[in-house]
Ligand binder design. Structure first.
Ligand code: SF4
Length: 806
């Protein structure tokens, strides 16, 4: 970092610390809460939807959310929301809210009491605790995920818990860990304000993270120059704002990243001083083994492996011209630039997702594009607490809170101590990851299907799992398998559930989320849930208590106390498992404060609950300064901002996998996709999201404005392919893969345009389940499926029928 950059950096850091300190000083008076002249009570909450984590002002009158506004004083969104955010209040008021527990009796869901529902669940678990699995979510609040984690990994000594985040960011986790030894981005959204170049890698933030996208393009309207490079497999709304568009053949992004590395080395344009001081090299163990840590490599070995990826070879493989590849390589070679790379599902939902994540970190490290404001490799998340609850709380099947893993005895011991449980309580074997969990559930017990009960909270696997016929629909024929679903509305998952539990949603409960930039955000319950809907965290505690009452030993700690025992201010235990007393204390605060010390070991120190009450979130690590205030961290591993970096080191990767404070630069080869277009299925099929709907649409399809703006799924076709097949806008098209078929209307030259030989279908429409066609092959390291490419046949379907388009 040169003198000017460092001076600016320190100034910016001081400003950020002062803001956080001022917010933290306010104590727990709840500064966000006030009433306006119209009798509307305003409070704060993070948006319920994407991982951007925008801050919303919530207006309540007469017990209903009646108004929504962006929080002007929030760093993330500075008063702005996207179209979903402005309508977030509407998700509470769909006409078909679930309000009572329902048990399937003779094929039909019949209302039952909460007592009966909790008893049914506890009895199933009691009978076969190791055949029970918990399937959760990156929409779980931190206290919800923490309670679920403690319940199953501690209470049941069973690790079969996984969040849906396995389907969206598991490859980012393995990428971070294998590069830096610890998960989550070093940079923050502040990089977007400082970068001279922003690169979208298989990413469409104009639709998926619209407020972050605005944060970038708004700089242009202020006269700042920011170059946007879009690297993708189809033209999108983001492409319209790009200075350069590089369209690559699916899967060859691996070769493009390698080409940049090779170019920098071959032309002696990499940052030698940075690499020598802060980096090691790493490769896979052999040509077949793909694991988390690989083996050490010399620079010469790394260089020799990279040398295949010349501009010409990469151009031939990827379809990107030599000129455009040269432009990209030269951008990384130019030390005057400040480059931020953004990626999300295009890189993560990838058969070689871990490899692609590693390579992106690698080119940033090689070029020294790291550790300066504006220079950062940054993965984004799709869910509001994929970082907070899946990654930090560690609800993945192999993980434990605070960056720990079940495989390490000292990590298990830390948690057993924190939970006052006997040594040896936590099972050392990782549980089933998502795809395996549902495969075991959908396989007959006699054939090795050793999961017989799944409890699903805050997610919709009946629409989001890949290869749905195999991983979800097959359950219908297995009478001994039992699916429990906590939900807000009827969904593709509740459709075949055996027991449905009505859940409270968003500000109908208190919560804590962790967004994509390590920001922990808290909110309080603001309205009552409808009918008998209840908080997910209460459900978990009530099931645990029922097991305790039945004498299940794991639900007692070493002293014989219930594992979720919390006291009021007078020191009396509150029976929070009895819903009449659930709100007698702040259960969220009790769970969060129990969890908080567990975040310290890996320097992920989250802020105290009371400090978060009056902040628009704080970015960990958060440490207390000498004057008693709490200070957040914008740039990890850099001496200028990260409190855990040793003075005089500049940069310190203090969780390095090689124990020498260095990051790992990986070589990972290009490998063909597991399924490529062929004679029978000649097109690529890519799936994804749209601006108006959030994921499976179970919430946004209940908001009139959003549903009317985008009422149903469609297939995007290239105009030339459409012309060849005589397909026009609105014509029905049949897509067929080796796993299933679907019929939906064509949209040509609409919102986006795929290249020839490629089609795109969004997955939000529960009536048109595109995941019946997608592939369940996963990244060998992260176990995340590839939703972005498989082979499909495209046919015009009923020539006389047409459907309206958005
Ligand atoms: S960008 Fe994401 S977090 Fe922000 S308002 Fe839109 S959906 Fe909500």
């Amino acid at each position: 970092m040169n003198t000017m950059e460092r001076r600016d950096f320190l100034k910016l850091s001081a400003m950020a610390a002062a803001t956080a300190a001022a917010q933290a000083k306010a104590g727990v008076e709840r500064t966000a809460l006030h009433k306006d002249a119209h009798g509307i009570r305003w409070d704060k909450a993070p948006c319920r939807f994407c991982g951007t984590g925008c801050h919303v002002k919530v207006g309540v009158k007469g017990g209903r959310v009646v108004a929504i506004a962006g929080a002007e004083d929030a760093d993330v969104n500075k008063g702005l929301l996207c179209v979903k955010g402005y309508h977030v209040g509407g998700i509470l008021y769909g006409k078909d809210r679930l309000t009572t527990p329902m048990l399937r009796k003779e094929g039909k869901l019949e209302p039952i009491s909460w007592d009966e529902a909790i008893t049914v669940i506890a009895e199933r678990i009691y009978k076969n605790p190791q055949k029970f699995a918990f399937y959760g979510s990156g929409q779980w609040t931190i206290p919800e995920g923490y309670a679920a984690q403690k319940f199953i990994k501690g209470g049941l000594s069973n690790n079969h818990i996984d969040p849906n985040a396995r389907l969206c960011m598991a490859s980012a986790v393995t990428g971070f860990i294998s590069t830096y030894g610890v998960d989550e981005p070093a940079g923050t959204y502040d990089d977007l304000d400082n970068a001279s170049v922003v690169i979208f890698w298989g990413n469409n933030p104009a639709e998926m993270h619209p407020v972050l996208f605005s944060r970038i393009v708004d700089r242009r309207s202020r006269g700042e120059k920011v170059t946007i490079i879009d690297i993708g497999t189809r033209r999108t709304r983001s492409t319209e704002f790009a200075d350069h568009y590089l369209e690559f053949r699916p899967q060859t992004d691996l070769a493009i990243a390698n080409c940049i590395a090779n170019y920098l080395i071959e032309n002696d344009k990499y940052d030698k001083a940075f690499v020598e001081k802060y980096c090691n090299f790493r490769i896979d163990v052999d040509d077949k083994t793909r694991d988390l840590l690989g083996k050490a490599s010399t620079f010469e070995e790394y260089k020799a492996k990279m040398s295949t990826y010349t501009l010409e070879y990469t151009s031939q493989l990827s379809g990107v011209s030599v000129e455009k590849l040269t432009m990209l390589c030269e951008t990384f070679a130019d030390s005057k630039q400040l480059i931020t790379s953004l990626w999300c599902m295009g890189v993560n939902q990838h058969y070689r997702g871990t490899a692609m994540n590693r390579l992106l970190h690698g080119i940033h490290l090689l070029s020294g594009q790291f550790g300066k404001p504006g220079a950062a490799p940054t993965s984004l998340t799709g869910q509001p607490s994929a970082c907070g609850t899946a990654r930090e709380v560690g609800t993945l099947a192999h993980a434990l809170p605070g960056g720990r893993i079940v495989a390490k005895p000292e990590h298990r011991a830390d948690c057993e101590k924190a939970w006052n449980m006997a040594p040896g309580t936590i099972n050392e074997k990782p549980g089933y990851h998502t795809v395996l969990m549902f495969e075991k559930f959908c396989t007959p017990t006699a054939e090795g299907g050793d999961i017989d009960t799944i409890l699903v909270q805050v997610t919709n696997p009946g629409q989001t799992l890949p290869n749905l016929y195999k991983l979800f629909d097959a359950k219908k024929d297995l009478a001994d398998k039992f699916l429990i679903v906590s939900e807000v509305y009827p969904t593709a998952t509740t459709e075949i559930a055996d027991l449905v539990l009505p859940a409270a949603l968003w500000v109908e409960k208190s919560g804590v989320y962790g967004n994509s930039e390590r920001r922990t955000q808290q909110w309080f319950k603001q309205v009552e849930p409808p009918g008998g809907a209840r908080e997910d965290v209460w459900m978990t505690i009530a099931i645990a208590r029922k097991l305790y009452d039945m004498g299940y030993p794991g639900m007692k700690d070493k002293d014989g106390k219930f594992i979720f025992s919390y006291k009021d201010e007078q020191g009396n235990e509150v029976p929070i498992w009895d819903y009449a007393h659930f709100n007698d204390i702040n259960v969220d605060k009790a769970l969060y404060e129990e969890y908080r010390p567990l975040t310290h070991a890996k320097h992920k120190n989250v802020a105290p609950y009371d400090v978060l009450v009056n902040a628009h979130g704080l970015r960990w690590p958060v440490v207390q300064t000498k004057d008693g205030n709490w200070r957040e961290t914008r740039f990890r591993f850099t001496e200028a901002d990260d409190p855990f970096v040793k003075k005089g080191t500049g940069l310190q990767f203090y969780h390095s996998t090689t124990n020498d404070d260095k990051a790992q630069i990986w070589f990972c080869p290009y490998e063909a996709a597991p399924e490529e277009p062929n004679k029978e299925y000649p097109f690529w099929l890519c799936t994804g999201r749209v601006l108006e709907h959030w994921h499976t649409g179970s919430m946004t399809m209940r908001v009139d404005q959003l549903r009317k703006a985008m009422p149903k799924a469609y297939v995007e076709l290239n105009p030339k392919d459409a012309a060849d097949k005589g397909i026009n806008n609105g014509d029905l098209v049949k897509l067929t893969t080796a796993r299933g078929e679907i019929v939906l209307p064509a949209w040509i030259n609409g919102r986006a345009q795929p290249p020839r030989g490629s089609v795109f279908v969004p997955f939000f429409d529960e009536k048109l389940l595109i995941n019946r066609l997608t592939l369940d092959v996963t990244c060998p390291v992260s176990k995340e499926p590839d939703y972005k490419k498989c082979a499909t046949k495209v046919e015009k379907y009923n020539p006389t029928e047409k459907q309206p388009l958005p």
